[in-house]
Each structure stands twice: as C-alpha cells, then as structure tokens.
Design a protein around this ligand. Sequence first.
Ligand SMILES: *[C@@H]1O[C@H](CO)[C@@H](O)[C@H](O)[C@H]1NC(C)=O
Length: 127
Amino acid sequence: MNWLSKIVILSLVFTTANAYSLTNVTVTNELTGDPITVHCYSSNGDEGTTSLTLFGFYWFSFDSDALTEKKFLCSITTQYGSGDYEVWNIYLMNNRCGNNCQWKVHLSGPCVQWKDTLVCQPWQNTN
Ligand SMILES: *[C@@H]1O[C@H](CO)[C@@H](O)[C@H](O)[C@H]1NC(C)=O
C-alpha cells in the first residue's frame, strides 16, 4: 500500500469516528404512587411508550450528528401532573447535559441533572 492510500484510509476512519456522536437520554421515575407513563418522540422517530414504577428508568439513544432536527420530546403523565417536555435539543446539548441527559421525574415536574444540581420544570397540567 502506498502512502497516499494509507492517508486516504486514515482520514476515512477519522471522518467516520467524528461523524458519530452517541447521545443517551434517560428518564427515571422518582415518584411513589401510581406508575408513570413516558412517551418519547421527535420528527426523527418514535421511541415508544413505557410505564415506569418507582426508580424504574427508560432510555433511548441516537446519533446526534445524523439528526435532521436536533430535538426530542417526552410526554410524561403522572397522577400529580403531566406535560410535553423537550428532553434534548441544541440548548440542552450545549448548556446542560451534552450527550448524556438524565431526567428525573419528581412531584413538581421533570428535572434534568446538570453537573451537581437538578434543573426542574413545573407540570404543564396539574391534576
Ligand atoms: C444509557 O444510559 C442508561 C442509564 O445510565 C444505561 O443503562 C444504558 O446502557 C445507556 N445506553 C447506552 C447506549 O449507552
């Protein structure tokens, strides 16, 4: 193999590695009481609906570089409240959780782990 084909192969390997960015979004139920329902989706695909008991968690992952629209939402329904929340978008990626967004569902609404703190949002609909 000559040096030129070696360089071509090397740059192909690096381009492929850089173009793939695995992002993981996790939703954990930290609520006692009835199980909660989580349905995550975006224009990139439907991640399905799941029911979570206390400390049950659900995750989905995707290649964030390949997305046509950099946004994922989860519709969360609990006995205390519900709403549709953006669980991953450009802002969250750059300012909060990057490629590992861990959401925790609390009594007052969903919270995202940001370094050592939890950033919480209220329920959009309360019961
Ligand atoms: C995503 O995060 C969850 C929770 O930490 C973990 O169980 C799962 O293996 C992760 N998935 C990938 C593809 O890294």
